[in-house]
Design a protein around this ligand. Structure first.
Ligand SMILES: [Zn+2]
Length: 316
């Protein structure tokens, strides 16, 4: 059975694992990333790949797949730009190719996660599928007609930066106002709680130091019935419903899977947002949209990256 090395490269962390054709993974090798210079990141990737290769049956390894943040030239594996790393035109693919004797493929991390969930997770066997990862930001990927959609310059699926509240929303990291990501990421949930603070003068929800304020505390407060938490959660869910309905209008997925830290709330999200998306999706037959929690967790990106290497590309 063929195997590949799947690498999930993030702004603060890199993980490599051996993945076989059935989606099973072997021991993970991880490193923190503190230095964002290309040379330092290359060295960290090389290290975890070498460790993962030592776990693999080398004869069965068909390639190395790397999911990385940013816009990526899928032919060469060059990162055209990556805000997370502050990179422009960094030849990650060429560098890793020169260090190992295997074919190397590089794709966007969210698209790799989508490929992973579509092949072995929440989207298995679903021809029209969307994955959204709700974390610090919102990553995404679209499968249409059974194929991952990458677009003309590999940025299809960047749904985090479509605007849902351009007039009264929060400022997004990209500079626009009211992007889906600004409103509905985990960070967006915190922003909703902060925005509502004046209405809840006796709330203790935001008493933690700002750097420790997490979306999980707000979710727990909402689940416990705290007024401030419930109000923030409802506003967040309301915005999420607009973004998801827009995605339904554009690509008509039958299943939308939500991954990332906040999505661990599971039915507390899907039960509430499902009816909103249903009501706002006026051009699809009733009852034809299912919103679920993603199933591969933090491994989705590395598994998808390995599938990309096994198949010889993101869309093949
Ligand atoms: Zn934006």
């Amino acid at each position: 059975m063929g195997q590949a090395i799947g690498v999930d490269l993030g702004g603060s962390h890199v993980m490599a694992t051996v993945v076989d054709e059935s989606g099973d993974t072997k021991a993970k090798h991880e490193r923190d990333i503190v230095d964002h210079s290309p040379a330092a990141v290359f060295a960290s990737v090389e290290k975890v790949v070498a460790e993962a290769l030592a776990d693999a049956k080398e004869k069965q390894v068909v390639g190395i797949g790397i999911g990385a943040p940013g816009n990526i030239d899928l032919e060469t594996g060059t990162i055209r730009y990556s805000p997370n790393f502050g990179w422009k035109d960094v030849a990650l693919g060429d560098h890793i190719r020169s260090a190992f004797k295997f074919p190397v493929f590089v794709g966007n991390d969210a698209r790799c996660a989508t490929l992973g969930e579509h092949t072995f997770g929440a989207g298995k066997g679903v021809p029209d599928f969307v994955l959204l990862t709700l974390g610090t930001g919102i990553g995404g990927g679209i499968v249409s007609g059974g194929r991952l959609v990458v677009g003309g310059r590999a940025s299809a699926g960047e749904v985090g930066h479509h605007q849902i509240r351009p007039h009264d929303g929060f400022v997004c990291g990209c500079g626009k106002i009211g992007c889906f990501e600004a409103q509905c990421s985990g960070t967006g949930l915190i922003r909703h709680a902060l925005a509502l603070a004046p209405s809840f003068p006796r709330s203790t929800l935001l008493d933690a130091p700002k750097e420790k304020l997490g979306s999980k505390a707000i979710r727990r407060a909402a689940q416990a019935g705290d007024g401030h938490g419930v109000a923030a959660w409802n506003n967040w869910i309301d915005d999420l419903g607009y973004g998801l309905a827009n995605i339904v209008a554009f690509v008509n997925p039958t299943i939308i899977a939500l991954g990332g830290g906040v999505a661990s709330a599971g039915a507390f999200i899907t039960d509430k947002v499902g009816p909103l998306v249903e009501a706002r999706s006026t051009m699809v037959p009733p009852g034809s949209i299912t919103i679920v929690t993603a199933t591969l967790g933090n491994d989705a990106g590395a598994i998808g990256a390995a599938i990309m290497a096994i198949r010889g590309g993101l869309t093949t």
